[in-house]
Write a protein that binds this ligand. Structure first.
Ligand SMILES: Cc1ncc(COP(=O)(O)O)c(C=O)c1O
Length: 371
């Protein structure tokens, strides 16, 4: 049996309706960038998040970058984030001209340790960018307390966390703005790159609409210098078709994750499963646990047909890009993060897995530990 990490080929089992909608657009109207479907999709995505506005952009990276730009972040500023995220979080900060400042993560949930944010704040700090890593919301109560105390806005990196929530408040509604990704590997995708900024501020929404399209107020008048980061109509058509499946996707991933939790829960001497808190809706973009002999387990599972992965083996403060950019970090600066990078493993959890595939995954992890 094979347990693929990605679900992409399964989703094409029945693409006819989406292809029909795309053909209709291409052959009859050809309104290919920022067509009416983009606005329709933005409204539906905002509704999914329980937020007032969503602004479609070209990628999750751009959603974060443009959010920082909407806040006026630029050269000379600092933005605080976690070192165990995908490179795009930090790439967006660097693209804005600001300096990324890393804060250690907590030992349990793999998210930024909010209790350590304050000591990283300087007069140059212009934004906090917590990441809802793997689909598990960061400690937003503490982040917002700090944000309020120091008057520093929050941009949530919600790229991995569509529909995640804390006490039923959906991520995207905690900060001034939040970036979401629609990349093919994300829980919801648009058959290509795409992203959205979610906000409850009309002012931010209007700024973002200018920023994503060269600052154009209308066809001929340019209000500010902006960027080309439009969401293509074709991608919005795919999004409109797939967004109705968002709850199914989330619930199936949660079901699979809890099933794996249960199947491995007695292997405590080999495996640490993060505490699953009742008030947290973790949406399992990634199913991550800490394991003994990680690299051996990883190779064993791959050999057995279970496509496990590691997100991410090298923390960002130790990547060459940080050194080459002049960031002064060294090994040992974030020991919890560095240790976790050696222990974490991501098991397939996607919505197209069969129960047999989930059971096969559990069975093989157990076999590796001879249990
Ligand atoms: C945590 C995180 N931030 C940002 C991004 C960037 O999203 P995109 O690939 O759509 O640019 C991703 C995904 O790739 C991500 O996982």
């Amino acid at each position: 049996m094979k347990v693929p990490y990605s679900y992409l080929l399964d989703q094409f089992a029945n693409p006819d309706k989406i292809l029909c909608d795309i053909r209709e657009e291409i052959t009859k109207k050809a309104n290919l960038t920022l067509g009416p479907q983009v606005e329709e999709f933005e409204k539906k995505f905002a509704a999914l998040c329980g937020a007032k506005y969503a602004v479609g952009v070209a990628s999750g990276t751009d959603a974060l970058f443009l959010s920082l730009k909407a806040l006026g972040v630029g050269p000379g500023d600092e933005v605080i984030t976690a070192p165990n995220t995908f490179i795009a979080t930090v790439g967006a900060i660097v693209a804005s001209g600001a300096k990324p400042v890393f804060v250690e993560i907590d030992n349990e949930q793999f998210n930024i340790d909010a209790d350590q944010i304050e000591k990283a704040i300087t007069p140059k700090t212009k934004a906090l960018m917590p990441v809802h890593y793997a689909g598990s919301p960061a400690n937003m109560a503490k982040v917002l307390e700090i944000s309020k105390k120091h008057n520093i806005p929050v941009v949530e990196d919600a790229c991995q966390a569509i529909s995640a929530a804390i006490d039923e408040k959906i991520v995207g509604n905690f900060g001034s703005m939040a970036g979401f990704s629609l990349h093919p590997l994300k829980n919801l995708n648009v058959w290509g790159d795409g992203g959205l900024v979610v906000t409850n501020s009309q002012e931010h929404k209007e700024k973002l609409i200018l920023l994503r399209n060269h600052g154009l107020k209308n066809r001929d008048e340019v209000e500010i210098f902006g960027y080309n980061s439009r969401l293509d109509t074709i991608h919005a058509i795919v999004g409109l078709n797939l967004i109705s499946q968002a709850e199914f996707i989330t619930n199936t991933r949660i079901k699979n994750a809890l099933c794996i939790d249960k199947g491995l829960s007695d292997l405590k001497e080999f495996i640490t499963i993060p505490e699953r808190k009742k008030n947290i809706r973790h949406v399992y973009h990634l199913y991550i646990i800490r394991v003994k002999d990680r690299d051996k387990l990883l190779n064993y599972l791959i050999e057995k047909g279970v496509e496990a992965k590691v997100h991410y083996p090298i923390p960002l403060h130790l990547q060459n890009c940080s050194k080459n950019h002049g960031l002064k970090y060294k090994e040992g600066d974030f020991p919890i993060c560095e240790q976790q990078c050696k222990e974490i493993i991501s098991l397939p959890v996607h919505q197209h897995l069969t129960q047999e595939q989930v059971d096969f995954t559990i069975e093989n992890v157990r076999k590796f530990y001879k249990k």
